[in-house]
Design a protein around this ligand. Structure first.
Ligand SMILES: [Zn+2]
Ligand SMILES: [Zn+2]
Length: 120
């Protein structure tokens, strides 16, 4: 397939322009079969107007923040450590142990509960 320079008339500006062999080959490689209807200048102008000139994609400033930290949610319940009156292991209780009551770890506490009420 042999190419020859073609002289075409631009649809937009009416100027005649040369559709060179190189351009025709490039055109063909892109799968285009119709002659370009616009000159290079007008094609570039249209492309720019459409804004699809590659490289002009500016990823905007992603402003994070605004997600105010602090004040969100309740604090974890304060736990006090004490010694289990039953097994002697560390017991963590949500209240300040005062010594006038035995403190049980969660294991023993649940045992106590299951015992109470079922007095044989
Ligand atoms: Zn033109
Ligand atoms: Zn215990």
């Amino acid at each position: 397939m042999s190419y020859a320079d073609k002289t075409l008339t631009c649809r937009d500006c009416g100027q005649s322009f040369t559709f060179t062999v190189g351009e025709q080959e490039f055109h063909a490689s892109k799968g285009f079969h119709n002659d370009p209807s616009r000159c290079q200048d007008c094609r570039a102008a249209r492309k720019a107007a459409r804004g699809d000139a590659s490289g002009s994609y500016t990823s905007g400033s992603y402003s994070s923040g605004g997600y105010g930290s602090g004040g969100y949610g309740r604090r974890d319940r304060e736990m006090f450590s004490a010694t289990c009156a039953e097994c002697g292991n560390e017991a963590r209780v949500p209240f300040q142990p005062r010594g006038d009551k035995p403190v049980y770890c969660s294991d023993c506490f649940s045992k106590q509960r299951s015992y109470s009420g079922s007095y044989r």
